[in-house]
Design a binder for this molecule. Structure first.
Ligand SMILES: C[S@@+](CC[C@H](N)C(=O)[O-])C[C@H]1O[C@@H](n2cnc3c(N)ncnc32)[C@H](O)[C@@H]1O
Length: 183
C-alpha cells in the first residue's frame, strides 16, 4: 500500500510564527514536543517551566490566541487532525521537514510503506488472529513510526522502543500515547 500524502504545511506555518519571534527551529520543535508530552503525562512543573521561559521573553505582550503557548496548542490540534486524516506518523514528518533546513535535526525515518512491509515481515498479526499477547520492539525507534504502524495492526500488543536521541524517544512516547498503546 502506498504511503498517504502527509501534508504538514499547516503545522509548519503555525510553528513558524513562534520561530519568527527569535527562537531557533530546534528550540521550537523541542519545546512543542515537551509541552505535548508533559501535558499528557500531567507533569505540571516541567510544563510550566517552558511556559515561564516564553513569558519571560515577552509572550504576554501578544494578543490572546497569538501567544506562543496558544500557537503551540493550535499546532497540537492540527497534529491530531492530520493524524486522524492520514493514519500516519505526522510528528516524524514535521521533524523530517525541519531537518531539510537545519543541521540540528539529524535523523531520517523509514518511509511509511516500508514500515508496513517490515511489520508484516516481523509477523505482527491482525488483532483477531491471535490469542497470545505479542511484544513489538524497535531498538532504535526514531519517531516511533514502526511502533505506530504495528500498533494500528495489533493495538493489544506490548510495545517497547528505545533511542539514543532524547528528542526521538519523546516523539515515540507521544506517538504511542496518541494511539493509547501499552508502551
Ligand atoms: C534511521 S532512524 C530509524 C528510526 C526508526 N526505526 C524508523 O524505522 O523510522 C535510526 C535511529 O536510530 C537511532 N540510533 C542510532 N544509534 C543508536 C543506538 N546505538 N542506540 C539507540 N538508538 C540509536 C537514531 O537516533 C535514529 O533515531
Amino acid at each position: 500500500m502506498a504511503s498517504p500524502q502527509i501534508d504538514v504545511d499547516e503545522i509548519i506555518e503555525t510553528l513558524a510564527q513562534i520561530r519568527q519571534r527569535g527562537h531557533s527551529a530546534h528550540t521550537v520543535f523541542r519545546d512543542w514536543v515537551n509541552l505535548m508530552l508533559f501535558a499528557l503525562q500531567r507533569r505540571d512543573d516541567p510544563y510550566l517551566e517552558i511556559v515561564d521561559d516564553y513569558r519571560e521573553r515577552g509572550d504576554m505582550d501578544y494578543p490572546d490566541g497569538q501567544r506562543s503557548v496558544d500557537l503551540f496548542s493550535k499546532a497540537f490540534g492540527q497534529l491530531q487532525e492530520r493524524m486522524a486524516a492520514t493514519d500516519a506518523d505526522v510528528l516524524g514528518a514535521v521533524y523530517e521537514e525541519y531537518g531539510m533546513s537545519s543541521d540540528a535535526f539529524g535523523q531520517h525515518f523509514t518511509p511509511h510503506s516500508v514500515c508496513e512491509t517490515m511489520v508484516e515481515i516481523a509477523g505482527v498479526v491482525d488483532e483477531n488472529d491471535t490469542e497470545d499477547r505479542q511484544t513489538v520492539l524497535d531498538p532504535a525507534c526514531g519517531s516511533g513510526r514502526m511502533l505506530l504502524t504495528a500498533g494500528r495492526k495489533q493495538p493489544d500488543a506490548l510495545f517497547v522502543g528505545q533511542d539514543k536521541d532524547p528528542l526521538c524517544a519523546r516523539m515515540s512516547a507521544l506517538n504511542c500515547c496518541f494511539l493509547n498503546l501499552d508502551a
